[in-house]
Design a protein around this ligand. Structure first.
Ligand code: PEP
Ligand code: MG
Length: 580
């Protein structure tokens, strides 16, 4: 039966493929007693699931990118060991044989027993292994249910697949960077949730906030994802399929035409040079940045290097080699490395122990620079690693979520301290490395002189600026309809920041998702923006808009947008911006 679901469009284009459902973790299992004659069959079922998880872990291990820190591999090895441990395997089989529990029941019963035992262990490191055992058991349960694990069956099988999930954590989303999928659909999420941002960075169509999609869509259903409108069509009629196939080929043609712009300089019709830089999450994304014609990396979100590190941060050496790799790949072009921005929808597993999970409003809690300043040794390690990379190319340091003068001063002090430590060790770095601030909290925009006086450059993070100005959780689909980049308050904060930075002679860019939306390019140009940073997949469309724009003719209609408060007036003025 054909039907359509509506959600939030987050990554443009049309995908047609088979649904690939990712089941949520399922510890809630059936409990029943089996007949004596079924015992060996049940044991065999357990063995087969165990074998399947083995293969998943092996595949995951061999697929790890070269620059993934070594701890990730070690972490997979721990899971493999647990999977073979007699405490899990033999005891579960004993429960099947002696109590005649079905395998799922036996497995969760044994997990409960092990958990109780682990809770009594004093050693914190050993106590934390409990989470690993839970994850391994979840994988085995998924294998028993015939459901694909997040990483398991993904391996090599999915060229025509569209991932359908209730929700995907940003850390899990990163695993898809090495896989080829046609598209993504999730029940939850907002336009600028980090899951959506990573989906966009993959350059494939995606819709989030498609409520109940994972319950209504079945494994292997034929589906269409219209990433321009956030529509998902399940089991489409032949005529609908034909129409979307046609649209898909039209889009492919447009994309091929856009490729012609790749090597042309980015300037407006009146000759103003505009910098288009790339946002990256992993060092190897720098390749796509160069491919797209970006003139630098405007935002390297380093927290993605820190994710999937269950129990500790990557060492300085591992961080340094990741930063250095991005810098070397960019071949002399600037790389703006943002210090770790964890918290809110990007928690680290290790934050749980600090009472983080009990924080009522994590987006307003210990996030980004606040967390870094609360962990000075960790922060110094990252700063040293970034500074060391600056000896290999042009590096800038970007600090997320600053709001207070003392936070800026403390940060600058720690950067000086990191430099001193490197001096003492005789390690090279660029002594003139520039330090900039994200402007993403309304207080920062309003108190801009604090920033202009202390920092070398600014970068406006519109994703958070919108979230905090409008008090709309960017990851919550229930309020996504209120997340509005064109709200007059947001536009005024951006325009003010651009104007004041220009007046003070401090370079300023926009690296939030607004910078990559071609529908907003002219508006931002008209507000005075000359440096944009976005995902490489968005760059050529934005460039096309720049090449068609004349700054002088934008002045009046953009001033009209800023002078408008009623939504219809804003829209009408925006139409004039598009037409001049
Ligand atoms: C932003 O907030 O606009 C930004 C670029 O940072 P992030 O999306 O990583 O929070
Ligand atoms: Mg941000």
């Amino acid at each position: 039966m054909s039907f359509a679901l509506h959600g939030i469009p987050v990554s443009r284009g049309i995908a047609i493929g088979r649904a690939y459902l990712i089941a949520p973790a399922a510890l809630d299992v059936d409990h029943y007693l089996i007949e004596p004659a079924q015992i060996e069959g049940e044991v065999e079922r357990f063995r087969a699931a165990q074998q399947r998880v083995h293969e998943e872990l092996n595949a995951l291990r061999s697929d790890l990118a070269a620059d993934v820190p070594s701890e990730v591999g070690a972490f997979i090895d721990v899971h493999t060991m647990i999977l073979n441990d007699a405490m899990l395997v033999q005891e579960t089989i004993d429960l099947i044989r002696t109590r005649r529990y079905n395998v799922e029941w036996a497995l969760t019963e044994q997990l409960d027993r092990l958990s109780r035992h682990f809770d009594t262990i004093e050693d914190e490191y050993l106590r934390e292994r409990k989470a690993d055992i839970e994850q391994v058991v979840e994988r085995v349960l998924k294998a028993l249910a015939g459901a694909p694990g997040i990483v398991g069956n993904v391996h090599g099988a999915c060229d025509e697949m569209i991932v359908v999930a209730h929700d995907i954590a940003p850390a899990d989303m990163m695993q898809f960077k090495t896989q080829t999928f046609q598209g993504f659909v999730t029940d939850l999420g907002g336009r600028t949730s980090h899951t959506a941002i990573v989906a966009r960075s993959l350059g494939i169509p995606a819709a989030v906030g498609v409520q109940h999609a994972s319950a209504l869509i079945r494994q292997d259903d034929l589906i269409i994802v219209d990433g321009d409108h956030g529509i998902v069509i399940v089991d489409p009629a032949p005529i609908v399929l034909e129409e979307y196939s046609y649209r898909q080929s039209e889009k492919a043609l447009e994309q091929r035409k856009l490729q012609r712009l790749k090597f042309s300089p980015t300037q407006t019709l009146c000759g103003t040079r505009i910098e288009l830089c790339a946002n990256i999450e992993l060092p190897d994304d720098a390749r796509a940045a160069l491919e797209s014609g970006a003139t630098g990396v405007g935002l390297f979100r380093t927290e993605f290097l820190f994710m999937n590190h269950k129990h500790r941060m990557p060492e300085e050496e591992a961080q340094f080699s990741a930063y250095r790799r991005a810098v070397e790949l960019m071949n002399g072009l600037p790389v703006t490395i943002r210090t770790i921005d964890v918290g809110a929808d990007k928690p680290l597993d290790s934050m749980g122990g600090d009472g983080y999970e009990t924080t009522a409003n994590p987006a307003l809690g210990l996030r980004a620079i606040r967390w870094s300043l609360s962990e000075p040794q960790m922060f110094l390690t990252q700063l040293r690693a970034i500074l060391r990379a600056s000896a290999f190319g042009k590096v800038k340091i970007l600090i997320p979520m600053l709001a207070h003068a003392q936070e800026i001063d403390q940060t600058l002090d720690l950067i000086r301290e990191a430099k001193r430590q490197l001096d003492d060790a005789g390690i090279a770095y660029d002594p003139n490395v520039q330090v900039g601030a994200m402007i993403e909290i309304p207080a920062a925009a309003i108190a801009l002189p604090l920033f202009l006086k202390r920092l070398d450059f600014l970068s406006i993070g519109t994703n958070d600026l919108i979230q905090y100005t409008l008090a709309i959780d960017r990851a919550d689909n229930a309020v996504a309809y209120l997340y509005d980049p064109l709200h007059p308050a947001v536009l005024h904060l951006i325009a003010f920041t651009l104007r004041e930075a220009k007046r003070a002679g401090v370079p300023v860019s926009v690296c939030g998702e607004m910078a990559g939306d071609p529908a907003l390019t002219r508006l931002l140009l008209g507000m005075g923006l000359t440096e944009f940073s976005m995902h490489p997949s968005q760059l050529l469309e934005v460039k096309q808009e720049v090449l068609r724009s004349h700054l002088k003719t934008l002045e009046k209609p953009v001033a009209d947008v800023l002078a408008s408060f009623e939504p219809e007036e804003v829209q009408a003025a925006l139409k004039r911006v598009a037409l001049v």
